[in-house]
Design a protein around this ligand. Structure first.
Ligand SMILES: C[S@@+](CC[C@H](N)C(=O)[O-])C[C@H]1O[C@@H](n2cnc3c(N)ncnc32)[C@H](O)[C@@H]1O
Length: 281
């Protein structure tokens, strides 16, 4: 079994009882997704759905005709639909997929023990294209929920963040993830990227900061470089804005105010970006 994926499955198992604590985060994610449902007939795809603790599936089924949940962890997907009593609903679909398509190669790097002189060019090249996921895309709305930080963490665990090509690899993973999202969206459809970017593990006073000071507090953390590898909200925004190939494919790119994701013992700060896909020519 892929050791990096085993770690994800362990985390999902441990975070299952967090339905109550995660209520605020779930309300935010579900609320924005509800707002993006243009009519009541759209199809929603969620990448990194896991336990679906951040999705109120019944509420979303009131505004989407179908919900497609994608994750590498089959048991988490099953838990999510069962705990929310929608496992028999024919409008909810589950797919066990590695959304990068490169997870096995990364795990092989981890198993082999990468040296600083190990050349990672081949694996970086693999990230230059979205993976063939065999999903019924395009969808009207595509959401990525706190999966990007995990993809990058898997890379840190696989090759180490001091490898001379680590930065290049991380940039390739991030860019592949955004490409996957944009590619999966129907003409005129919407994308919604949610990413945790720092936690109370390194920002130890996060839980005590009052809500009205939260945004300012996060700016200070970012200025002092206290954030997870590769998911600075400004860098995420820049994937879709400015002079990038993806920016030419999207419009109405909007950074939303950050919020907290409570996981009981730990709290995360979350950034979110929404946008629309321009028609293909
Ligand atoms: C932090 S969790 C997201 C939380 C989840 N949405 C919830 O509320 O239960 C990240 C999810 O990404 C999934 N994941 C990580 N790497 C993945 C990959 N390469 N392909 C598909 N899913 C992946 C994990 O299994 C996990 O369920």
């Amino acid at each position: 079994m892929n050791k990096l994926f085993e770690e994800e499955i362990r985390f999902n198992l441990a975070s299952r009882p967090n339905w109550e604590q995660g209520a605020r985060h779930r309300e935010k994610v579900t609320g924005y997704l509800t707002g993006l449902a243009a009519d009541r007939n759209g199809r929603l795809c969620v990448l990194g759905a896991g336990n679906s603790n951040d999705l109120d599936l019944k509420q979303l089924l009131q505004v989407y005709s179908e919900i497609h949940l994608v994750d590498l962890d089959e048991s988490a997907l099953e838990y999510g639909v069962e705990s929310q009593a929608v496992s028999d609903d024919p409008r909810v679909f589950r797919y066990v997929r590695d959304i990068t398509g490169v997870g096995q190669e990364l795990a092989a790097c981890e198993a082999a023990g990468v040296q600083p002189e190990t050349d990672l060019s081949e694996i970086i090249q693999r990230f230059s294209q979205p993976a063939a996921l065999d999903l019924p895309d395009p969808f009207d709305v595509v959401c990525s929920t706190c999966v990007l930080s995990q993809l990058i963490l898997q890379t840190v665990n696989a090759v180490g963040d001091t490898h001379p090509q680590f930065e290049e690899l991380m940039v390739a993973i991030r860019s592949q993830h955004f490409q996957t999202i944009v590619e999966f969206i129907n003409d005129g459809g919407a994308g919604f990227v949610v990413s945790d970017f720092v936690s109370s593990e390194s920002a130890t006073d996060m839980k005590e900061v009052p809500d009205f000071q939260f945004t300012q507090y996060l700016s200070q953390l970012l200025s002092s470089r206290n954030f997870f590898h590769g998911v600075h909200p400004g860098i995420l925004f820049s994937q879709l804005k400015g002079n990038t190939p993806l920016a030419a494919l999207v419009q109405n790119v909007k950074m939303l105010p950050p919020w907290r994701w409570d996981l009981g013992s730990r709290q995360y700060a979350v950034a979110a970006i929404q946008f629309h896909r321009l028609p293909r020519h």
